[in-house]
Ligand binder design. Structure first.
Ligand SMILES: C[S@@+](CC[C@H](N)C(=O)[O-])C[C@H]1O[C@@H](n2cnc3c(N)ncnc32)[C@H](O)[C@@H]1O
Length: 329
């Protein structure tokens, strides 16, 4: 993508650069003296200041990194399309196993004349032209409400495109919530939902401990926007793993309870290092005697990772697919 940008014709206005985790695209634009603004929905890599919507624009062209999640891509296309004039080019690039091979057909009707500019090393770069088709460019245009059957009672939540688990209650999260309802816990004054998504686990904590001070974090700025609506009174921060704590008020001390259905992937890649990073951080951020409750798929050896940092965990629940573990500091 970066190479192709060197030969792209000049555009009328600044570039909008969507998700550029290695800064490869912005580096080339800087070298060419082309103005640009970044939009990073997700924290991580060199992404800076993640936000749920792009800057207002208007922009002369879009350079977008492919996202394999259909809803994430679709929302990004709407958000970008609303910020460029008809006739402006969109460059979309990514790996074939992220869906880039067939991405051209996903660009219509907001973008037309999709053509492959280049293929190299299992990656593809598409170019398409903005049409006159109206775009739904604000996050609010994509807001929907979902009612989820939490064990402590059904709740109606705000959801946005691409937030885990597509407006449903994940089976692992449901098992955690059921176990949480009568887990052997003392007083819980402060709790953290790590990788909160819509905030369902935090809501489960509040259903059991009505007075709890809730914190939540997620790498997805759109998830954080939803969780802020779903968890009134809670502090919710966007950031990469424990880096998000910098935006939460931790002066009052550690957490009596940390709950998580923790992230194990970066993009499409399984990274088990994320699990030990999570548990190691939990061991640091819990109050003495504080509890960590996490759920993972049964075949992941989560208990070994927990053991390393917090001692032998207690198996709270299992259903053949998932296991819920409790460990204390
Ligand atoms: C398995 S989902 C669980 C979501 C939610 N807690 C639930 O139970 O429905 C994992 C969440 O972790 C978030 N996540 C992924 N990578 C992350 C990272 N590096 N730092 C923080 N959160 C991350 C994802 O955006 C996703 O919302």
């Amino acid at each position: 993508m970066a190479d192709a940008l060197f030969t792209a014709p000049p555009v009328d206005g600044p570039w909008l650069v969507v998700d550029d985790p290695t800064a490869a695209v912005t580096t080339v634009l800087e070298q060419r003296g082309q103005p640009f603004a970044r939009w990073d929905r997700f924290a991580g890599g060199l992404s800076s200041d993640p936000s749920p919507e792009p800057p207002a624009g208007p922009f002369g062209a879009v350079a977008m990194r492919m996202n394999r999640a259909r809803e994430v891509l679709e929302y990004a296309l709407h958000a970008a399309a609303a910020r460029v004039a008809p006739g402006a080019p969109l460059y979309l690039y990514g790996a074939n196993d992220e869906g880039a091979r067939s991405a051209g057909k996903r660009l219509a009707p907001l973008f037309a004349e999709a053509e492959t500019v280049e293929t190299r090393r299992h990656c593809r770069l598409w170019r398409a032209i903005r049409t006159e088709e109206p775009a739904r460019g604000a996050l609010a245009d994509h807001r929907r409400e979902v009612t989820l059957p939490l064990p402590g009672g059904a709740v109606t939540l705000v959801s946005y495109p691409g937030v885990f688990a597509k407006g449903r209650l994940d089976d692992g999260s449901r098992l955690l919530l059921t176990a949480l309802a009568d887990a052997p816990l003392g007083t819980v004054r402060r709790a953290l939902d790590f990788g909160c998504g819509l905030g369902v686990l935090a809501l489960g904590v509040r259903q059991r401990f009505a007075e709890v001070t809730l914190h939540a974090l997620d790498a997805d700025a759109v998830a954080v926007a939803a969780a802020r609506e779903n968890l009134p009174g809670a502090s919710v921060a966007v950031g990469d793993r424990w880096g998000a704590l910098a935006w939460l008020d931790t002066r009052a001390g550690g957490y009596d309870l940390i709950v998580s259905n923790p992230p194990l992937h970066r993009g499409v890649t399984l990274e088990l290092g994320l699990l030990s990073d999570f548990v190691e951080g939990a061991a640091r951020e819990l109050t003495p005697g504080g509890a960590l409750i996490l759920v993972t798929q049964q075949h992941r050896a989560a208990h070994r990772v927990v053991e390393e940092h917090l001692g032998t965990p207690q198996l709270l629940a299992e259903d053949g697919r998932f296991r819920v573990w409790l460990a204390r500091k």
